[in-house]
Design a protein around this ligand. Sequence first.
Ligand code: ZN
Length: 215
Amino acid sequence: MARLIMLGPPGAGKGTQAQRLCAKLGIPQISTGDMLRAAVAAGTEMGKAADSYMSAGKLVPDEVVVGIVKDRLAQDDAQGGFILDGFPRTVPQAEALEEAGVALQGAINVVVPAELLVERVTGRVTCRDCKSMYHTKYNPPAKDGVCDNCGGTDLYTRSDDTEEVFRQRLTSYEAKTAPLVAFYQSRSLCHDVDGVGDLDEIQARIEAIVVSLQG
Ligand SMILES: [Zn+2]
């Protein structure tokens, strides 16, 4: 039984690691965005409530999102555990989840130094022609500026991945989401994982924590 949330700044690789852990444990990764869309499509009471906010261009209030999360976690496939993705993002949301009786077993906090995050994210380039992705330092094409896959020469940086935009995302994370780390620490639920290294190494560190939680 693993009822988990992954914490960590943008670019830390927590989405990738959450996917790997879910595949390994055979549990669902529960994404708030997917859940909201499904609840609206199914026309549940909470889905209708969420829809009334979204169609008015407003943010869906935390109580409604918590209601949808709770409904989702009651489904069969989540009875053996789950990883929450994208929620809670703030301390008030975490408190609302707790008040709704959703008890997490652990928060896995993927730790990566800020300068390394900037290097990881701002080095990403995509081929305009075939959408192949590279990293100028970690996964460069064989010939500088030329796509290995299609020979295209227009390798561009997405606008989200420029240093200025990415540093804004990091600042926003520090202000809104990083306090969640302290929140889960105060409940002895937070487990830091060194997020520097290759994907398999990081996955092994996370699995060791999950095993210790089952013990
Ligand atoms: Zn290409």
